[in-house]
Design a protein around this ligand. Structure first.
Ligand code: ADP
Ligand code: MG
Length: 624
């Protein structure tokens, strides 16, 4: 056997690989299977393009076997193979640059992140994580001689002539203590299923099935050699769409999502041209349990040329689409791109942008069926609303996709903004909405009285996220969103007569302001009310009551106390009579009650219920 020295970089790399402990050492199998698959791909191509190889018998496959006693694992392929010179070049030197940076990365901050190894074109050496010795027997397609390459990964390797029946490569790993667990049927199957299930070539596992016959002393043991295909061998998403039935899509969804329920929809895109990629996305029927957890798992797997890269990248789609399940398979990315590279990768950024548009377009189609869309929206409405402030580029589409409860719909039913626009009064210039704790209280809120009287629709927003999203959006189709919870919001709906009657209240308002000066920011007359004597709103730029309690609960902001604006109804009987009251203590009781009852309706706790009740009782005494 002729001895050869590894190139310096290879030596350094091997030293790191052999002497560090890696958590995901199983990836060595992914790397070797991926090499086998590459070799099959290369030969496959040559059987189409190379005259000499056109006629050879080619049964593309990967065969994995193991020996538990001897602690060996063997991966064999029928691919392109290597001659002695190829072995020296490929498994002794590193042609590509970047090895140095990989070595630095292994030593440096990403200590232990062996996962990136393939990206640097040195995946083969990962075998030394689990090996005392690696033996490669290879025969190049079209040649008669086979060659052996053998090494313990310590400075040198040997090469000699060998035997192999046909073209291809056999890699035998003599497993070390860290790797001996891989000389087992289930361990191999698990890793292959995890990383290489959709390699488009069959992977066969050879194993002994042990059978027992008879009882007691008569008991005999027989071993039978078995072979089983352990991967799908077809990348479903690569098959022509016309070949795939709904059931196929459904089955594949089950595999990638572990969800037995039917998905709401799937979108399958096979793009060719300036960029070659395939995407297959699913919208699940039910929200995943971790939808609102900060450490939610990504539902999208990335493949490069059918080789699984990662299922742990949460940036493959924008966060608001985190409920989507599926795959992205790119032809244009290098195998095993690292996380850092993924984030800045322009190819991936383009695929991502196109994918978002596709998914949103599909949801728009779904919206054509109001019933189905409502089912979708009940599960995923919140994340879609998050999109309004996360995804500026698709805001127009997202505005068509969001739904809100409304004074024009039945309880719990949704309205779209387009429907709202269609129902608007001819001179109406804004979209009105009210925010608060629950749909029920909001539907009865005094804030809505004037809108009801004038038959103006108000969107009912009882979802926490609405408070953040709607102000950030500002307009829909040139219509401004206006919060009914704010003072002045109803100004443009008022008639001249309304304004006059508000004005008449000025002297009385001065008195109220004096009495309530510590508790309110302002007192205003407001014709927005009809049945109720008073209501509270927030000043134009203050956070709404709901927003204040949300932010307080998050423990992030402390505004100090934000005082509400009290609005009183000039046409209400109580207000009319109250203006004539001379008795100062009676006026005081009534004024405070006007404020506190308005707070109660808004779901705000009053600081001192006992005083409230005392005042109420004093008033009742007078009335009875
Ligand atoms: P990469 O696969 O990124 O090129 P590897 O370290 O995994 O890097 O492999 C190095 C090279 O060794 C490959 O490019 C290929 O030329 C050769 N090689 C490895 N395994 C095989 C195999 N099973 N059949 C043919 N060539 C192989
Ligand atoms: Mg490789």
């Amino acid at each position: 056997m002729s001895k050869h020295q590894f190139q310096t970089e290879v030596n350094q790399l091997l030293h790191l690989i052999i002497h560090s402990l890696y958590s995901n050492k199983e990836i060595f199998l992914r790397e070797l299977v991926s090499n086998a698959s590459d070799a099959l791909d290369k030969l496959k191509f040559l059987t189409y393009t190379d005259e000499k190889l056109r006629g050879i018998s080619f049964d593309p496959r990967v065969d994995i076997s193991f020996n538990e006693e001897e602690k060996t694992l063997t991966i064999a392929d029928t691919g392109i193979g290597m001659d002695d010179q190829d072995l020296v070049e490929n498994l002794g030197t590193i042609a590509r640059s970047g090895t140095r940076s990989f070595i630095e990365a292994l030593k440096g901050e990403n200590k232990g992140d062996i996962n990136m190894i393939g990206q640097f074109g040195v995946g083969f050496y990962s075998a030394f994580m689990v090996a005392d010795r690696v033996r490669v027997v290879s025969r190049k397609a079209g040649e008669d001689t086979a060659w052996v390459w053998e090494s313990e990964g310590k400075g040198e390797y040997g090469i000699e002539k060998g035997e192999r029946d046909s073209q291809g490569t056999t890699v035998t790993i003599h497993l070390n203590d860290d790797g001996k667990e891989f000389a087992a049927r289930w361990a191999i199957e698990r890793v292959i299923k995890k990383y290489s299930n959709h390699i488009p070539f069959p992977i066969y596992l050879h194993f002994d099935e042990v059978k027992y016959d008879g009882e007691g002393k008569e008991r005999t043991q027989t071993r039978e050699r078995k072979t089983e295909k352990i991967n799908d061998a077809t990348a479903l998403w690569r098959r022509p769409k016309t070949e795939l039935k709904d059931e196929d899509y459904r089955e594949f969804y089950r595999v990638i999502s572990h969800d037995d329920e039917a998905p709401i929809l799937h979108v399958h895109t096979q793009a060719e041209g300036t960029m070659d990629y395939t995407t297959l996305f699913y919208v699940p029927g039910k929200a995943p349990f971790d939808l609102y957890l900060s450490d939610f798992r990504s539902g999208v797997k990335l493949y490069v040329k059918r080789v699984f890269i990662t299922d742990d990248d949460r940036d493959l789609l924008p966060t608001y689409l985190r409920f989507v399940r599926g795959i992205i398979d790119s032809e244009d990315l290098p195998l095993n791109v690292s996380r850092e590279i993924l984030q800045q990768n322009r190819v991936l950024a383009k695929i991502k942008a196109a994918s978002v548009k596709k998914i949103l377009a599909e949801l728009q189609k779904l919206a054509g069926d109001a019933g189905k869309y409502a089912d979708f929206y009940r599960e995923f409405g919140k994340p879609i609303k998050e999109g309004l402030y996360q995804d500026y580029e698709n805001r127009e589409t997202l505005l068509e996709l969001v739904r809100f409860k409304s004074t024009a719909t039945q309880k719990s039913e949704f309205a779209s903004l387009a429907e709202y626009k269609g129902r608007m009064k001819p001179d109406q210039k804004a979209i009105y909405y009210v925010t608060g704790e629950s749909e029920d209280t909001l539907r009865q809120s005094p804030l809505l009285e004037m809108y009801r009287d004038k038959d103006v629709e108000v969107l009912i927003m009882d979802d926490e996220i609405d408070e953040i999203v709607i102000p950030s959006v500002g307009v829909y189709s040139e219509l401004e969103f206006k919060s009914v919870n704010r003072s002045n919001s109803a100004d443009e709906l008022k008639t001249e007569k309304d304004r006059e009657s508000e004005k008449e209240l000025d002297p009385f308002i001065a008195k109220l302001k004096e009495i309530l000066k510590d508790r309110v920011k302002d007192v205003k007359a407001s014709t927005r009310l009809s049945d109720s004597p008073s209501c509270i709103v927030v000043d134009q730029d203050d956070p709404t009551v709901k927003m204040q309690s949300m932010l307080k609960a998050m423990g992030k902001f402390d505004f100090g106390e934000i005082k509400p604006v009290l609005e009183i109804n000039p046409r209400h009987e109580i207000i009319r009579r109250l203006q004539k009251i001379e008795d100062q203590s009676l006026l005081e009781d009534a004024s405070v009650i006007l404020l506190e009852q308005a707070m109660l309706i808004e779901g705000i706790k009053i600081d001192n219920p006992a005083t409230f009740v005392q005042r109420l009782n004093r008033l009742m005494e007078k009335a009875l």
